[in-house]
Design a protein around this ligand. Structure first.
Ligand code: LMR
Length: 397
């Protein structure tokens, strides 16, 4: 006798815990205390605690408003000139290299989505060699692309540095065709970056083992400077036939909510690159069809204009200067925080337990991720001393 198959539907879905960083944004917003300090999500803030629209971007927006005659579709690749102009900024001088293609994406996250799906389409057996901890969205996105994750320890909490031996060992043990997921600079969440010497060693292993480097490059300009920060990217492009770079303008053009990013893929031949592009267009067509225009158009207009470009670089340098200043100030507040001065970018993992992170939240209205990751540049100048005092008090127990 036939038994009736059980109908499954939306009612069968269990709840899932929201991404920890998104949950943190909601928690900060819900706290009515006026003196709250938000070092949660990775957003640059100036000395006043604001996330301003950058001067050059504001001007470009005005020009766009005055000049744009249509908002009709641009097509799956979005603003092609945006990708062309961004390319030397992100990859360095690789003019006319037809093995490299670039595609506008909704933020760095869109670029990662395309990159992982592309890898899965080419080789579903590829494994992604991923350091821990990493950006909390890396593992679910990788699983979403149905790729296996192989973890290694990126960060040595005792030395507060990259666990280089673990990284090198993991890459040596990888299979040809596996993916080495690396952070281009400003490691998120630890701030622990590779030195130039370490990059050289890693690039040699990746090339020799036939791995595919996937470089998440969301914070260019926030570590040592716009041009210096692509050190690893450039080395990888020179050494490897296949390289994927997921770029984001969200931070270095401060266009967060406009969602501006780009995926660059280097393929072994110009012909392979053409085929890759057809896949990228198909994957993006299935996901968002065509990328949003506004932010990318503004970035393109900044890069097209020499004066605006120079002003953008100058303002980015100012932001970088503030990041260094905040790091130095916090590092000087207690010997146990001295390591913060040696790290790069917006983030550090403070030496705090989950319980201590909660205490900071409850007692001092200071919000950071449970891991102790703090966006150091989220603190306004007026709050820096209070932040340091509260962290030191909490560490003292
Ligand atoms: C972060 O790590 O805080 C940022 O990259 C924002 C995000 O989307 O998680």
């Amino acid at each position: 006798m036939l038994t009736e198959a059980k109908r499954r539907g939306l009612a069968d879905l269990p709840p899932i815990v929201s991404d920890s960083l998104l949950a943190l944004i909601a928690m900060v917003n819900a706290d009515p205390r006026a003196d709250k300090i938000d070092v949660g999500v990775g957003v640059y803030r100036d000395g006043e605690g604001r996330t301003p629209v950058m001067r050059a971007v504001r001007e470009a927006e005005q020009m766009l408003h005055d000049q744009q005659v249509s908002k009709s579709y641009l097509g799956g690749a979005g603003d092609k000139r945006f990708a062309d102009l961004l390319r030397p900024v992100v990859l360095g001088a690789h003019p006319g290299d037809e093995r490299i293609v670039g595609l506008q994406t909704p933020g760095g996250c869109g670029a990662l989505f395309l990159a992982l799906k592309l890898i899965a389409a080419a080789n579903p057996d590829a494994r992604v060699i991923m350091g821990t901890p990493t950006w909390p969205n890396h593992p679910p996105m990788t699983r979403g692309a149905r790729l296996e994750i192989v973890e290694y320890r990126h960060y040595d909490a005792a030395t507060r540095r990259v666990d280089f031996a673990a990284l090198a060992e993991a890459l040596e043990a990888a299979r040809p065709g596996d993916v080495a997921l690396l952070h281009g600079c400003c490691h998120n969440p630890t701030g622990a970056d590779l030195s130039e010497e370490e990059w050289r060693t890693i690039v040699e292993i990746v090339a020799r083992r036939g791995l595919i480097p996937l470089i998440d490059f969301a914070y260019q300009g926030f570590a040592r400077g716009l041009d210096q920060d692509r050190f690893g990217v450039e080395l990888m492009l020179e050494a490897c036939d296949e390289v994927l770079v997921t770029q984001s303008c969200d931070k270095n053009f401060a266009v967060y909510r406009d969602r501006v990013g780009c995926l660059f893929v280097k393929a072994a031949t110009a012909n392979n690159a053409k085929f890759v592009m057809t896949h990228l267009l198909q994957i993006s067509r299935e996901a968002w069809s065509m990328p949003p225009d506004h932010g990318a158009a503004c970035v393109r207009m900044v890069l097209e204009d020499e004066g605006l470009s120079a002003d953008w670089r100058a303002e980015l340098d100012e932001m970088h200067g503030r990041i260094r200043m905040v790091r130095e100030r916090i590092a000087a507040s207690d010997p146990r925080l001295a390591f913060i001065a040696d790290q790069q970018g917006m983030f550090s993992m403070l030496p705090l337990s989950v319980e201590q992170v909660k205490q900071l939240r409850d007692k001092h209205a200071i919000y950071m991720a449970d891991s102790g990751r703090a966006n150091l540049v989220g603190i306004a100048d007026r709050d820096l001393d209070r932040f340091c005092a509260a962290v030191v008090e909490t560490m003292n127990g």
